[in-house]
Design a protein around this ligand. Structure first.
Ligand SMILES: [Zn+2]
Ligand SMILES: [Zn+2]
Ligand SMILES: [Zn+2]
Length: 232
């Protein structure tokens, strides 16, 4: 995979048919060249999804969020835009409107079979179902009365808990990726560094606090200063 800075570079590279005598073809990456954002506007209420894409420059696809009320599907003012750049623009022009674009963050994907994050049950390689409640194999949640035990963080909650540290970490990575673009693994690295920094700052802060809680060491007074020991 080659990361390029401009369309011009992409066009030049795309024109290359051989590389070191090996025939090559270049195809743009499916997801890394675009970003997803959310806009909200009452003024776009009458526009179709096609009309919305005609107007904002940089948007290639629009999907209006609809909610179900009984039999009806009600249109909301929220529209998910796909933009043609890896980094999401902070604002977008649609006709005479200038709209703020917020990153569209998907929910972390948890496998309903093994309960691990990062893949769906259709891609699961684990042979047996793992209970979402107790983390043990061989039964499902509705047959389970055991104490909750998270298979991802070993905490005393179900693997589906929204307060699970692993869920929160996955969510932070997806937020980072939505705001900064790039690959999931790059986002994971950045978030892990951030978490480590916070932990070491907390450790430092609690160390300072506990130092303050214990009796502060008395500074030596001038007269107390012990005489330098004589060299052996
Ligand atoms: Zn799985
Ligand atoms: Zn169980
Ligand atoms: Zn957990």
């Amino acid at each position: 995979m080659v990361e390029l800075k401009s369309n011009d570079q992409a066009n030049k590279l795309g024109a290359i048919a051989t590389f070191l005598d090996t025939p090559v073809t270049g195809i743009p990456h499916k997801s890394l060249n675009s970003s997803k954002g959310v806009i909200r506007s009452r003024d776009l209420r009458c526009c179709t999804e096609e009309e919305i894409v005609e107007e904002p420059r940089g948007a290639t696809h629009a999907r209006r969020i609809k909610v179900r009320r009984g039999e009806d599907k009600i249109q909301t003012d929220t529209i998910v835009l796909t933009c043609d750049s890896p980094k999401l623009p902070s604002r977008i022009r649609a006709g005479y409107l200038t709209l703020d674009v917020r990153p569209s963050v998907p929910l972390p994907m948890r496998c309903s079979k093994c309960q691990r994050y990062g893949h769906g049950n259709d891609r699961c390689k684990k042979p047996a179902v793992v209970c979402v409640r107790c983390g043990k194999g061989g039964h499902v949640e509705r047959d389970c009365s055991a104490d909750p035990h998270c298979v991802n963080c070993r905490g005393d909650h179900a693997a589906s808990s929204k307060t699970c540290p692993k869920f929160l970490e996955e969510q932070a990575i997806l937020c980072y990726k939505a705001e900064n673009g790039g690959r999931f693994q790059q986002a994971r690295k950045a978030v892990v560094v951030e978490i480590q920094k916070t932990i070491s700052m907390r450790t430092f802060a609690s160390a300072v606090k506990s130092q303050l809680r214990t009796k502060p060491a008395a500074l030596p007074k001038d007269g107390d200063r012990s005489a330098p020991s004589a060299p052996p």
